[in-house]
Design a binder for this molecule. Structure first.
Ligand code: SF4
Length: 363
């Protein structure tokens, strides 16, 4: 299928996402010229809707391990023998301290993540209510949580306590979901997303790529996210954990990752796209192209059970590309980057040139 980039950019700027056939055709692009055209289109649409701002989010793993669910990518499932940390719910003061530390490192949205099918115990909800209040009062960061398969009454309670965003991934396409998650259904995931949307929350929902899904299934997921009208799409690339059924799996090269980001930008032109887990281990040096591919956000610091790259490197890249961190909604100006976390000896100018052409796949 011929892709008319001029028309795709024009439609993207009007907020119109790709047709399914166009999104499917992106999967077949392989020449440096075609890949360059793809990234240029995604870049133009991102710039139009998001400008030069970067959303930064950070997380705390507030309860880890012993999860009764079976998600084949996850080292926190009790079904697998892994080395993921196991601990009970942190207290609110500890969570708030971690949030403050993240804020000082440039994070502007902070998510509290707990393992388990659904966080519903009174003691956990009380910790969350306390933590949201502290984080809002002490940092003004946008507050978020990822708490499993929540339903409206719990979401309403947490929203009243100051939870602004709800994170819940669909994980993968409906047609592939039962090969990855065997203890709950795709419809369970969708119900959680719908409940938060109906309550007017900012909903962050995406998935993990590189688990064995086809390109058509990546497009299927993107179209479902569009139909659900999620506000932000976290893009994770599998960093297969030892002891999980996906151990040893490595499907994606950096070019695949950029194509996935670009396809999502062009399917969901106006939404926030945040590159999260597996960013450095899958994109490698091509991380410098992730914004050109259409992303407008990154998760900073550590991921749930794996370490992220140094925060200073992220700041150096954002600065070198002439971008800035988007402030939380109530702040009038982007906060400046504290000097202490600038990369020592980094020459921003070294990265400022327009990114070079992508290497052809497989090189
Ligand atoms: S992804 Fe969440 S629900 Fe699934 S096993 Fe891991 S912690 Fe449990």
């Amino acid at each position: 299928m011929h892709l008319d980039w001029h028309d795709i950019i024009a439609r993207g700027k009007r907020g119109e996402g790709l047709a399914e056939a166009e999104a499917l055709a992106i999967g077949a692009l392989s020449s440096p010229e075609d890949l360059d055209a793809l990234l240029d289109a995604a870049d133009a649409v991102r710039l139009h809707h998001k400008g030069r701002h970067v959303n930064t989010c950070g997380i705390t793993n507030a309860r880890s391990g012993r999860c009764p669910e079976r998600c084949n990518f996850c080292s926190q499932s009790a079904h697998f023998q892994t080395e993921a940390p196991v601990f009970q719910t942190k207290d609110a003061a500890t969570i708030a301290t971690e949030a403050r530390q993240a804020f000082e490192q440039g994070v502007r949205e902070f998510s509290i993540v707990m393992s388990g099918r659904a966080v519903e115990r009174e003691a956990d909800l009380a910790v969350l209510e306390d933590a949201f209040g502290r984080i809002r009062a002490e940092t003004g960061m946008q507050t978020c949580a990822s708490l499993g398969l929540l339903r409206k009454p719990t979401l309403e309670r947490l929203k009243a306590a100051g939870m602004q965003s709800m994170h819940h991934n669909l994980e993968t396409a409906r047609s592939f979901h039962d090969q990855i998650v065997t203890t709950h259904s795709y419809d369970d995931e969708v119900e959680t997303v719908r409940a938060a949307k109906e309550l007017g929350m900012y909903v962050c929902s995406g998935g993990i790529f590189g688990m064995g899904e086809s390109w058509a299934q990546r497009v299927e997921l993107a179209l479902d996210l569009r139909a659900l009208d999620v506000d932000s799409v976290p893009i994770n690339f599998l960093n297969a954990r030892p002891g999980t059924p996906l151990e040893g799996r490595r499907d994606l090269d950096p070019t695949d990752c950029l194509k996935i980001i670009a396809m999502l930008r062009l399917v969901l032109p106006t939404k926030d796209l945040v590159v999260c887990g597996g960013r450095d281990s899958n994109l490698l040096d091509e991380q410098r192209h992730m914004f050109r591919a259409g992303a407008n956000g990154v998760m900073m610091g550590n991921y749930l059970t794996t370490a992220g790259q140094a925060v200073a490197q992220d700041h150096a890249l954002i600065e070198a590309l002439g971008m800035s961190i988007r402030p939380p909604p109530h702040q009038p100006h982007p906060p400046s980057v504290p000097p202490a976390i600038r990369a020592e000896g980094t020459d921003p100018g070294a990265l400022a040139d327009r990114p070079a052409l992508l290497a052809p796949p497989g090189t």
